[in-house]
Every structure is written in structure tokens, then in C-alpha cells.
Design a protein around this ligand. Structure first.
Ligand SMILES: NC(=O)c1ccc[n+]([C@@H]2O[C@H](COP(=O)([O-])OP(=O)(O)OC[C@H]3O[C@@H](n4cnc5c(N)ncnc54)[C@H](O)[C@@H]3O)[C@@H](O)[C@H]2O)c1
Length: 252
């Protein structure tokens, strides 16, 4: 049986690392890729059969080189998970274009480049899957994170469009849309949310827990990615799997 190969961008830590770990358990060989080269090396060293390839997903040439590194090393590519992402917390009235683009260049352009250049390699390997990491913010108004939410909304549309375009080539494209997960991304953003929402210091966590039941874990997201990536889900494409403990199901 052929051993499947996956690339996970932004996988030196957080959700991406959990996805890389989960895929390794599922029998994939994983390319751990990140802006932070040393952290990627360390993460890959802990995974059976993994390699580390540094890549800034904002740079199309680096993304092309990342895909080439995967196919050169393993001879194939079955799955791309464009996971790399950042956040900026600021009201629209305080946001300038540079801050806007800092987010969209990673969270939208970086997903496009990853999908664009992985797809031909996956097709050449006989088909496979792409699982994008969107967010519940892609479907709701999301005060204080306009650039992040707009990028995630665009990722959802890109996912559906790519699903239709790539169907005939045997590539399924799906998204996960998580609520708040307890990673560095959220920990770093919490004080700005608290300041702008008039919450006490430390008040952000309890608000999230009240609306989601609990914070999501990186494993929650990784297992959903594994489900969507599984070739057994051969009719699942263009789908969005929401993981939010009911956050977006309730008006109050
Ligand atoms: N944490 C959440 O609540 C949450 C919820 C929904 C969706 N997401 C999404 O999940 C993904 C991972 O988020 P996380 O919470 O694990 O964040 P994180 O900050 O813990 O990890 C992000 C990783 O991406 C890397 N990265 C940043 N910019 C990069 C670039 N230009 N090129 C390559 N790598 C880059 C970082 O070095 C880091 O290793 C992001 O797309 C994020 O938007 C997170």
C-alpha cells in the first residue's frame, strides 16, 4: 500500500502541529512547514518519517519550492493543509491598510498559493485532498478582527470554488471552521479583546467558555481535518465542518 504524504503549513506549533501529529498517527508522512525554521525542525524531529521545510506562505516561490521538496523527498503528494495564519485585533477605525494586508497576505493569499501549487502535485499523484483552516468568523460579523474574518470568509469561498474546479481531477477540497481554540493566537489576542470590549483582565476566557461550553483543543481540529482528508469520504467536497461547541448556533 502506498504511504500517503501531507504538507501542513504553519505546523511548528498550535493547531498545525496537532494536525501533523494526528496525520502521522493515521499513517501519513508529513512535511512540517513553517516560517520559523528551527521550530519546524524540532516539531518534525518528534514525528515518525516527517521532514521540515521552512516556508513563508506569503512568498509564492517559497510555496512552489515547498511542494517540490515534498515530491522530491517522498515522490508524491496526497494532502495539503494550508493552516498558517495570524491575527490582528483592532477596531476598523484604528486599522490601516498595512495592518489589514499583514493578515490577508498570510490568511488568504497564503491559502491561495498553497492550494494553487499543491493541486498539480496532488493531481499528478492520482488525486487526494485539500483541507483549509477557516473559522467561524468567516460566516459571522466579527468585531475587532475585520481583516481576519474577511480573509476567512474568502477562504470559505475559495474552498467551495476549488472543490468544483478540482472535482474532475480527483481532488476534494473542504474546510474546517473552528471557534476559539486555546492556542498562542488566542492567548495573545485576549488582552486586546478585553480592552476593546470593556472586560476585566482575564475576562475573555469565561465569555468564550460561556458561549462554547469550553475552549476547543488543537486535537478537536486535527481530528476533523483527519476525517475530511480520509479517502473514504470520497463524496465529501466543498463542505465546511464547523467545530464550535454551539457558539454559532445560538442567538444569545
Ligand atoms: N486558535 C483559534 O482559535 C483558531 C480558530 C479558528 C481558526 N484558526 C486558524 O488555525 C490556524 C492555526 O492557528 P493557531 O491558533 O494554531 O495559531 P498559532 O499562532 O499557534 O500558530 C500559527 C503558526 O503559523 C506560523 N506562521 C505564521 N505566519 C506564517 C507564514 N507567513 N508562513 C508560514 N507560517 C506562518 C507561525 O510561525 C506558527 O507556527 C490559523 O489559520 C488560524 O487562523 C485558529
Amino acid at each position: 500500500m502506498t504511504t500517503p504524504v501531507a504538507i501542513v503549513t504553519g505546523s511548528a506549533k498550535g493547531i498545525g502541529l496537532a494536525i501533523a501529529q494526528d496525520l502521522t498517527r493515521r499513517g501519513y508522512r508529513v512535511v512540517v512547514s513553517d516560517l520559523e525554521a528551527e521550530a519546524a525542525e524540532q516539531a518534525a524531529a518528534g514525528l515518525d518519517g516527517a521532514i521540515a521545510v521552512p516556508c513563508d506562505v506569503r512568498d509564492e516561490d517559497q510555496v512552489r519550492a515547498l511542494v517540490a521538496a515534498a515530491t522530491d523527498h517522498y515522490g508524491r503528494l496526497d494532502l495539503m493543509v494550508p493552516n498558517a495564519g495570524i491575527g490582528v485585533v483592532a477596531p476598523i477605525l484604528e486599522m490601516d491598510l498595512a495592518a489589514w494586508r499583514a493578515v490577508t497576505s498570510v490568511n488568504l493569499d497564503g491559502v491561495f498559493t498553497s492550494l494553487r501549487w499543491a493541486a498539480p502535485a496532488i493531481i499528478a499523484s492520482g488525486g487526494g485532498a485539500i483541507v483549509t483552516i477557516a473559522s467561524v468568523t468567516g460566516t459571522t460579523g466579527s468585531p475587532l478582527i475585520s481583516s481576519y474574518a474577511a480573509a476567512k470568509a474568502a477562504v470559505l469561498n475559495l474552498t467551495k470554488t476549488a472543490a468544483v474546479e478540482l472535482r474532475a481531477h480527483g481532488v476534494r477540497v473542504n474546510a474546517v471552521a473552528p471557534g476559539f481554540i486555546g492556542t498562542d493566537l488566542v492567548t495573545a489576542a485576549a488582552p486586546e479583546f478585553e480592552r476593546n470590549l470593556g472586560l476585566d483582565e482575564g475576562g475573555f476566557g469565561p465569555v468564550v467558555e460561556a458561549k462554547q461550553g469550553r475552549f476547543g483543543t488543537t486535537g478537536d481540529v486535527a481530528r476533523a481535518v483527519g476525517f475530511l482528508a480520509d479517502p473514504e469520504q470520497s463524496w465529501v467536497t466543498g463542505s465546511v465542518l464547523t467545530l464550535d461547541g454551539g457558539l454559532t448556533s445560538s442567538l444569545l
